[in-house]
Write a protein that binds this ligand. Structure first.
Ligand SMILES: Cc1ncc(COP(=O)(O)O)c(C=O)c1O
Length: 344
């Protein structure tokens, strides 16, 4: 079976397991874990920021960012389909008491003008004050699409003008930096906070971090404690994360190439896939023109030896490439997908 459902399905490689079992450990709640401290130093340098806090998941990193940056009753704006709005169980409203405004975007990207329009509308004591703009990079629901640098710079300039904060949900930040061929700091240095995740394309079993300005992150460890996210010998996970930063960033280019190959083979095989829409490691396949319902198509694919997942869209299936897939796997997956959906 070839499993293309998500890059969260990666398993630690031998090298990563070795790094986990040999990492020096201590009690991270007491700041005694040297591997966590080293990871936090690595991240501040890599992202051009001042401070970092290791957390169990990207969801927790996003929620702590919101709690650090937004007061109750203030407004968060971001692209309407972003993970924090759709898949974090209402956290921004429940935990931070924030008003969430989803903006229409193109491939996950919105503009400084859209934010300016909203923020100016809010310039009255009757309206919530717009405090935070969220960027998801790469953007999950639009198919792992990357924010072009001019769009990002436009948002940072608007933020400076309006006095807002920008948080980057960079659960797949390194896919974006590899796709753009720029250092990660080129994307993140002007953000107030950044969430990164080690358990997606980087191949770690768990773990994420919130990275940002030191003054903004001052309450972050206390909030992490409140949410139950302060681990003890967390160096086991931080060891995996440090291994991933060293060995698994540049190789994301292979995942992107594999996704392009998969999209190209499927399109050549007559399936409704748009290879131009494959920005990083995601491929979407539209089952509607095949006259199939999504679940029926997924069942046929499973019976044919390849797993796709549902997407946000009722007729689109999603495949995600990662370090567990070889080039040969991708060719086999394409053959199985075409066979399963075009015969019988
Ligand atoms: C863009 C984005 N942000 C945050 C998350 C949350 O990650 P986790 O489930 O590890 O908390 C995900 C998970 O898929 C994601 O795609």
């Amino acid at each position: 079976m070839i499993d293309l459902r998500s890059d969260v399905k990666t398993l630690p490689t031998e090298g990563m397991l070795r790094a986990m079992t040999t990492a020096p450990l201590g009690d991270e709640q007491e700041r005694e874990d040297p591997t966590v401290r080293a990871l936090e130093d690595d991240l501040t340098e890599l992202l051009g920021q001042e401070a970092a806090v290791f957390v169990p998941s990207a969801t927790m990193a996003n929620q702590i960012a919101t709690l650090c940056l937004v007061e109750r009753g203030q407004e968060i704006v971001g692209e309407q389909h972003r993970h924090m709005f759709r898949y974090e169980a209402g956290g921004p409203a429940y935990l931070a008491g924030a008003v969430v405004t989803g903006l229409p975007g193109t491939a996950g990207v919105f503009t400084g003008d859209q934010v300016r329009e909203i923020a100016q509308l809010r310039d009255s004591e009757h309206r919530p004050r717009t405090a935070l703009a969220l960027v998801e990079n790469t953007h999950n629901v639009s198919g792992g699409r990357v924010w072009p640098l001019p769009a990002l710079d436009d948002l940072y300039d608007t933020r400076d003008e309006l006095g807002l904060a920008v948080h980057i949900d960079g659960a797949r930040l390194f896919n974006a930096s590899v796709a753009l061929d720029v250092p990660p700091a080129r994307i993140t240095a002007r953000a107030r906070t950044v969430a990164v995740c080690f358990s997606k394309g980087l191949g770690g079993p768990a773990g994420a971090a919130l990275v940002g300005r030191a003054d903004v992150l001052a309450p972050a460890r206390r909030i992490r404690q409140m949410l139950g996210g302060s681990l003890r010998q967390a160096g086991v996970l931080a060891g995996a994360a440090r291994y991933a930063l060293e060995h698994n960033i540049a190789r994301l280019a292979d995942d992107h190439a594999n996704a392009r190959t998969l999209a190209g083979l499927l399109a050549e095989g007559g399936l409704p896939v748009d290879p131009a829409g494959t920005g990083t490691n995601f491929v979407f396949l539209d089952v509607a023109p095949l006259g199939l319902a999504r679940d029926a198509a997924r069942d046929r694919l499973r019976a044919g030896g390849v797993l796709w997942s549902n997407s946000h869209h009722p007729t689109l299936l999603r495949a995600v490439t990662h370090l567990g897939h070889s080039k040969a796997d991708v060719h086999t997956a394409a053959t199985r997908t075409i066979r399963a959906l075009t015969t019988g």
